[in-house]
Design a protein around this ligand. Structure first.
Ligand SMILES: Cc1ncc(COP(=O)(O)O)c(C=O)c1O
Length: 849
């Protein structure tokens, strides 16, 4: 790996400073500033040069949002949907370049103030529309260029993201292009049947892939009866019999596709879906067998489509060319065998440039949409001309390329151990407490320190190193080496039992102080940092704890080491000085991100440059390009559930008026608007008021209760009685038939003890002091509106998924609390508080507040 040796300079996409240096005087002002900025990270900058030389002491140019944009390579991967604003925020242009923009930080802040907590998933629907239009424009241009007589109709593979708003957006934005859908399972087919029927788009192509049984076959045939162009693709030879039987049973003629197992093999991670050993598809002899069977059945006119899919994220266009040649000849052969072929379906594979390097790296692609369309169209055209066959309609099943950009996940940093203010103060105190006296020779002082103990000696030597940090590149390197050496000595001494824990902590502090001083001096004098202190150097990465579950929201980064761009959404006008890795909320050492996009392609970088945290101020990051696969494949590891999701689209009504009232039934994943007596700003870290606010919301909404407990609430009187009995049976200290304790009556917690009513219904009785719904303010979004807010899962909902009976849990805890209060072990106020906290969390978001 190129890790430590890669200067951040290279990330900045500037040339090596050595190359730039002689030409410095020819540079424009802006370029010269860039070079100056880059220098501070460059260990290779003019080795002979030190800070004592005049120009090195020149004042450092200010960091700008444009520098951050270059550092994080936003233009590289952002496809013009994302950029840095002049005030250092990330702007989103969901309609592409030139379209109205949204300030992601301002939007996040406004939503947070309204009570919608991060992590927040933004779904920018116009981005999907833009990508669909761009893909179609590329195919139209290719069709025109190669004078292709056929057409292009893409389909979206719904497995990439099942979200309803997204699927509806694909159909809506795809209308001018006859864009269709692809399904890979019965459940997906059931979903899509309703979407196509409901949106009046039943005429589009519906490609049915995946494992199939008789029921699947019948459903596809029913789609045809509903007027949908459902084509069922034979992925295995045995499926043909199933299909023919179903067609006979229903008396419906199918439209059949054959998935071919091509020999051309995709070399990337997803290559196992291609080549001879591919999981799906028919080999040449099976294809011939299928054609013969259909001929015998008099159904060759039903064979209409050739399908292939060589794998996702094809990074190099050569693969597309090769695959297209093999597939096009196969298509021509099927025509010549007598099948009524009309479609060639090239599957997915069109890549996304995650690192923005435009290279063959796994996280990138070295071709454009236009190259892709050109190669697909020209390959088919060439074979059609050679074999004199009519040109088919070309289908692609791009998932990644169409929807990745549309989802942006905003999350906050919770803490980083090194950012504690108290610690810095303590560190300064330690530094100051070590005295080196001018009036005595240093060796004498050190000897005295050594005599009084190893700890004292180490601290003294550190102080000496610290005091001698001077503005000279070699001296800085030397100082760092000395500090590292003495730090290691400290560890050794501790292992030998010579150093106390307290002394070891002080040695650590001196080391941190020395590093900080080296950075400071280097920054002030514009000197290169010692290698190990550069922001991209592994030994000095700091771990930022983030309000996120990798397993829930970016599972591919853990499972298959996929890289996603991660960028702060504000403070971009400030230079990021901390080399960070991210650790998520889960209790799993794999729950981290420690590989980051390398804007030059190739090996990932081991650290992400971030800003130091500020006391009492939220620091937000965003994970980009997560619109496919991540949302559908995430797990509930540690019971972190789905995210609060904000769906944004173009303003349809009164432009700019984005007021949105989210009904109480839908606010389970949100914290409600603050009560009058709660802190005005929900970011204020007052867990108890947040809990009582949640309880109030819970108490205020019958609808919320029924949605919340749909599968668990006892539905009738008998069940409720049984629940009551169960509670009383198992509740120590609550005698059968006893009245609800007074402290529970006061606080609306009756159902905890009595199980009265149906499930949670009793919670709805008392009403609360807070608004039950989440009222989003009328945000001035200039050109956009919030189409909907989909609340993330509550703790209770996630528990239900793991077969826990939430009603029963509440009653059990209620009974135990009542018993503790009844026996005098717990004061009633504390009992009330406990129940409030418990219900609030059950109703609350699974992430940190
Ligand atoms: C059959 C099929 N079609 C389409 C796709 C979508 O691929 P991509 O997201 O690379 O476009 C896949 C994904 O693996 C697939 O298996």
């Amino acid at each position: 790996m190129e890790v430590c040796s890669l200067p951040l300079l290279q990330q900045l996409s500037l040339k090596n400073t050595r190359e730039l240096e002689p030409a410095c005087s020819d540079l424009s002002d802006g370029e010269e500033q860039q070079v100056l900025k880059a220098r501070r990270y460059s260990g290779i900058y003019s080795p002979g040069k030190t800070a004592t030389e005049p120009e090195a002491a020149a004042p450092l140019p200010r960091w700008s949002p444009a520098d951050s944009s270059t550092l994080y390579n936003v233009p590289g991967w952002g496809d013009k949907f994302f950029k840095a604003s002049d005030d250092g925020h990330i702007l989103v242009a969901p309609q592409g370049e030139g379209g109205p923009t949204l300030d992601l930080y301002a939007l996040t802040e406004q939503l947070t103030v309204a009570g919608l907590r991060a992590p927040l998933l933004f779904r920018f629907l116009p981005i999907v529309g833009h990508r669909i239009a761009k893909l179609n424009a590329a195919f139209s241009a290719a069709i025109e260029r190669f004078e292709y007589q056929g057409t292009y109709n893409g389909v979206f593979p719904v497995k990439a993201n099942h979200d309803k708003s997204l699927i509806d957006a694909v159909l809506e934005y795809g209308t001018p292009h006859q864009f269709g859908l692809e399904v890979g399972s019965k459940a997906e087919l059931v979903m899509v049947m309703a979407r196509l029927a409901g949106t009046g788009r039943r005429g589009v192509n519906l490609v049915c892939n995946g494992f199939k049984d008789a029921e699947y076959m019948e459903l596809v045939l029913h789609c045809r009866e509903l007027g949908m162009n459902a084509m069922v693709v034979m992925e295995q030879y045995s499926e043909l019999d199933l299909l023919l039987s179903a067609a006979r049973r229903l008396g419906v003629r199918p439209s059949i596709g054959i998935r071919a197992k091509l020999t051309t093999r995709h070399a990337g991670h997803w290559g196992s879906t291609s080549g001879d050993k591919a999981k799906f598809g028919l080999r040449a002899r099976e294809i011939v067998g299928a054609v013969n069977t259909l001929a015998e059945e008099g159904m060759l006119d039903c064979l209409n489509l050739l399908h292939f899919h060589v794998g996702s994220q094809i990074t190099n266009i050569r693969m597309v060319k090769e695959v297209m040649r093999e597939a096009s000849f196969l298509y021509a052969e099927l025509v010549q065998m007598g099948a009524t072929m009309r479609f060639i379906d090239c599957g997915g594979g069109l890549a996304v440039d995650y690192d923005g390097s435009f290279t063959d790296s796994h996280a990138s692609m070295s071709y454009t949409l236009q190259h892709y369309a050109n190669d697909v169209v020209s390959a088919v055209q060439e074979v059609c001309i050679q074999r004199s066959i009519p040109p088919p309609t070309i289908i692609t099943e791009s998932g990644r390329a169409l929807a990745s950009h549309a989802s942006v996940l905003v999350f906050d940093v919770l803490n980083t151990p090194e950012c504690l203010h108290e610690k810095r103060v303590e560190q300064e105190e330690v530094v100051e407490s070590i005295e080196i006296r001018d009036d005595k020779p240093l060796t004498k002082q050190l000897r005295a320190a050594a005599r009084s103990g190893k700890g004292k000696f180490l601290l003294m030597t550190f102080k000496e190193v610290y005091d001698n940090i001077t503005a000279d590149a070699f001296a800085l390197r030397e100082a760092y080496n000395d500090a590292s050496y003495f730090k290691d000595e400290g560890v050794r001494a501790f292992k030998l039992g010579v150093l106390s824990l307290e002394e070891r902590a002080q040695v650590d502090m001196m080391f941190d102080a020395a590093c900080e001083r080296i950075r400071e001096v280097a920054r002030e004098a514009d000197l290169p940092l010692p290698d190990a202190l550069r922001p991209d150097a592994v030994p000095h990465t700091k771990m930022y704890h983030v309000n996120l579950s990798v397993f829930r929201s970016a599972v591919d980064s853990w499972a298959i080491q996929q890289l996603f761009p991660i960028v702060p959404i504000h403070r971009l006008e400030e230079e990021p000085t901390v080399a960070a890795t991210l650790a998520d909320l889960t209790c799993d050492s794999d729950g981290k991100v420690d590989r980051f996009i390398n804007p030059r392609g190739g090996d990932p970088l081991p650290a992400l440059p971030l800003h130091p945290l500020r006391n009492g101020e939220k620091y937000y990051l965003a994970l980009f390009l997560t619109g496919v696969y991540q949302e559908v494949m995430g797990s509930i590891h540690n019971m972190f559930g789905s995210l609060n999701t904000v769906v944004v689209r173009e303003a349809r009504g009164q432009a700019g008026d984005a007021a949105l009232v989210v009904e109480p039934a839908a606010v389970q994943g949100c914290e409600p608007a603050p009560c009058a007596d709660a802190p005005a700003h929900p970011m204020a870290d007052d867990a108890s008021s947040a809990s009582s606010a949640s309880l109030a919301a819970l108490e205020g909404g019958m609808e919320a209760d029924s949605a919340f407990t749909a599968t668990h609430a006892p539905a009738d009187g008998a069940a409720a009685a049984a629940a009551t009995a169960a509670v009383h049976d198992g509740a120590p200290g609550v005698p059968d038939g006893a009245e609800t304790p007074a402290f529970m009556q006061d606080s609306g917690h009756e159902s905890f003890a009595s199980g009265s009513g149906s499930g949670f219904a009793a919670f709805g009785a008392s009403g609360g002091g807070c608004a039950a719904g989440l009222v989003l303010p009328s945000l001035q979004l200039s050109g956009y509106e919030l189409q909907e807010v989909v609340p993330g899962e509550t703790v209770g909902q996630v528990l239900s998924r793991a077969n826990h009976d939430v009603g029963e849990m509440l009653r059990t805890v209620g009974a135990a609390t009542a018993a503790a209060v009844a026996s005098g072990e717990m004061p009633p106020e504390l009992g009330q508080r406990l129940l409030s906290a418990y219900t609030a969390r059950m109703r609350g978001y699974t992430y940190m507040l």
